[in-house]
Design a protein around this ligand. Structure first.
Ligand SMILES: Nc1ncnc2c1ncn2[C@@H]1O[C@H](COP(=O)(O)OP(=O)(O)OP(=O)(O)O)[C@@H](O)[C@H]1O
Ligand SMILES: [Mg+2]
Length: 330
């Protein structure tokens, strides 16, 4: 069993043998936070507290399991919002102590990558990975289960954060990623040319804050001139600028390191254009692309349970002093 509560989803999952999902209950708080245009940390913690026991019970019910049958308990202990993480960690410790079950603290980002082990039962490291989410944008070489070398990361905004901020300024609201994805399908990606930011030659780092400002400047200029702004065109043009850079850098990393497998992970991995463009690039180079189903891309406890299974085999259990670690590195 694993518990995930690092942001605004309360999720509890039960897996058999580390890769077979028996239940993956996700209670999302999106509707609650939409009123505020983004996640309010204190409100998120309170809702985790309210929902946690119900989600645990539902997960057991759907899996047809009893707590006494659980033989390993995983929990996300970072990175994330401290109050939200604490809710999951405290619950996991209480269950582990009461039922004498070994406890394993899981890095949320290793959880995102592990979503692919559930989706593809035969997938094994090593592989190149692209992790794109609300708080992260990383290219990392996974050398073994739970072991990775980070080759690049964002120097400012994470890609999901850029989607959410741009969605807000063009009036699409929260959560921005899926809304831009949808609006962009109706727009022309060449309508507005936003600069592609590649940084220094050979760098696998990213920068998205300039692009966000460029969108804002474009909107201000058009509005001041009294011209009507096409939201689908802005969405498509913004998305084209983001995805071109991400795809080029990821392919460069995979080819340089001679990797034949590329694994996509994190909430932004649900993006239809990113999936499509990366697939085309991989097909050209003979690289196999692994992409989880959308429900396994965004925060869920099944991916955490899978990561816990492998971490336990490698490192054994954590003790009950396990604490939340909001800035835990990938
Ligand atoms: N179809 C989509 N296109 C683009 N972005 C998307 C899509 N679906 C979700 N996202 C983005 O994914 C992010 C949520 O992903 P996730 O839940 O993994 O992030 P997080 O857990 O908040 O951050 P992290 O995993 O880095 O701690 C949001 O920024 C959201 O806008
Ligand atoms: Mg996440």
């Amino acid at each position: 069993m694993a518990i995930e509560s690092s942001c605004d989803e309360t999720s509890v999952a039960i897996l058999a043998d580390g890769r077979t999902v028996l239940s993956n209950v996700i209670s999302s708080q999106i509707d609650i936070h939409t009123a505020f245009g983004g996640v309010v940390p204190e409100i998120a913690s309170r809702h985790h507290l309210e929902n946690m026991n119900t989600v645990v019970e539902q997960s057991l019910r759907e899996a047809g399991a009893a707590l006494d049958e659980i033989d390993l308990l995983g929990v996300t202990y970072g990175p994330g919002l401290v109050g939200a993480l604490l809710m999951g960690v405290a619950t996991a410790k209480a269950i582990a102590f009461a039922k004498d079950i070994p406890l394993v603290g899981v890095n949320h980002m290793h959880g995102h990558i592990s979503a692919n082990f559930i989706q593809y039962p035969d997938l094994e490291p090593p592989f190149m990975s692209l992790i794109v989410s609300g708080g992260h944008t990383n290219i990392a070489l996974m050398t073994d289960y739970g072991k990775c070398t980070v080759l690049g990361g964002t120097r400012d905004d994470a890609v999901g954060e850029a989607y959410d901020k741009v969605a807000r300024v063009i009036g699409l609201g929260y959560p921005g990623g899926p809304k831009i994805d949808k609006a962009a399908r109706e727009g022309n990606p060449e309508a507005i040319h936003f600069k592609r930011v590649f940084l220094e030659k050979g760098s696998l780092d990213f920068s998205f804050s300039g692009l966000k400002t460029a969108v804002l400047n474009y909107l201000n200029t058009e509005r001041q001139a009294g011209r009507e702004v096409s939201v689908p065109d802005v969405a498509a043009s913004f998305q084209a600028a983001v995805i071109e850079v991400i795809v080029k850098k990821t392919m460069e990393a995979a080819l340089d390191r001679k990797q034949e497998k590329l694994v996509l992970a994190g909430g932004v991995a649900a993006n239809s254009k990113l999936r499509q463009d990366l697939q085309e690039a991989c097909d050209k180079q003979g690289i196999k692309l692994y992409v989880p189903s959308p429900v396994l891309c965004t925060d869920n406890a099944a991916m955490v349970a899978c990561a816990a299974y492998y971490k336990y085999q490698r490192e054994g259990a954590d003790d009950l002093y396990l604490d939340a670690y909001p800035s835990l590195a990938i």
